[in-house]
Design a protein. Structure first.
Length: 146
């Protein structure tokens, strides 16, 4: 399985439009080679470079098995991020260049979870149900074109 974005390459800068300094909505994601038998997708976006530990930007699950998640969309049920919201929260690092991991999981089930769960609850729920996963890493530094 592979995940990519038409807006930025793996290991490349996330455009300002998708950050707290822009429109703060999610970039498009293209998902390829989803395993046969997948019943749903799950998505976690987090920043392991945050000063207080990994910062969660987006938690979404029970996403239909699709090959594209559109820009500025709500693809499935929404979990809560570390901004305290049930939606995408774009990169907004306090200093330096941070890495943002867009992680997609193909699952063999639809999860019996309510909206508003956190990343840890989702990670526990997907255990034993992951058929494949893919990751895209974007970079961002506030106030700079680096």
């Amino acid at each position: 399985m592979e995940v990519r974005s038409p807006e930025f390459g793996n290991g490349k800068k996330i455009p300002r439009k998708f950050t707290c300094e822009g429109d703060d909505f999610n970039p498009s994601l293209i998902i390829e080679d989803i395993p046969v038998g997948a019943k749903s997708l799950a998505l976690i976006v987090d920043d392991p470079d945050a000063p207080m530990g990994t910062w969660v930007h987006w938690v979404s699950f029970n996403i239909p098995v699709v090959s594209r998640i559109d820009e500025d969309s709500i693809p499935g049920k929404q979990g809560i991020n570390d901004f305290g919201r049930k939606e995408y929260g774009g990169p907004c690092p306090p200093s330096g260049i941070h890495r943002y991991f867009f992680k997609i999981y193909a699952l063999d089930t639809v999860l019996d979870l309510n909206e508003g769960i956190n990343k840890e609850t989702l990670e526990e729920a997907v255990e034993g149900h992951v058929l494949d996963k893919a990751e895209l890493i974007g970079l961002y530094k506030k106030g700079s074109s680096f």
